[in-house]
Design a protein around this ligand. Sequence first.
Ligand code: AMP
Length: 216
Amino acid sequence: MGPPGAGKGTQAKRLVDQFGMRHLSSGDILRAEKASGSELGKQLAAYMNAGQLVPDETVVGVMAKALTSGGDKAGLLLDGFPRTVPQAESLDAQLQKAGKPLDAVAVMTCDDNLIVDRITGRRSCPKCGRVYHVRSLPSKKEGICDDCGAALVQRDDDNEAVVRKRLDAYNRQTEPVIGYYRGRKGLKIVEVNGAEAADKVTAQLVAALNAAGAKR
Ligand code: AMP
């Protein structure tokens, strides 16, 4: 969990590489539906492009399907979901039914000004998902992915006005989810400073997952 731009996606990719769990990013799943041009995708675009959360009912339906759609021997890493207390309640119910409770919650913090800088400079590869930053992590050739040569894109919602709205949604709707999990017996909560260097953040998350008993 963490505000937009705290580094959730970057760290999720690294953890999946190390631990082999399945990465489920609600943002990626919703963007794929949006890009498909379906009727649902058009409805999603209206919320996403405005920096608002997609209604709980819709997200819960989409994520419930994704949660059950793969072999999860090495576990699951949820990125961007749940983002509201009702979503967390519904996830609990689904995980309880499956007999697979949450092991750990990682909370990434980050200062608002750094978030705006990170997000407005963020570019990503539509083909492989690799993420760049125009100043702090540029591709070798401007606008082209180093790995697959595709033209890099900027997300529709990665501009300052929309980022401020996404931050507001995070503070109002998502932060209470941390309180919902805090103090739960057997659930490890690890807090990391997302403003620190990515390698340092990864090391802290890896140590926490190891302590929580995750298998490589
Ligand atoms: P992200 O890629 O996680 O920053 O998500 C991009 C956008 O997708 C968000 O600003 C929301 O509009 C939507 N979204 C992603 N995950 C959720 C969620 N769990 N609940 C509601 N909306 C979501």
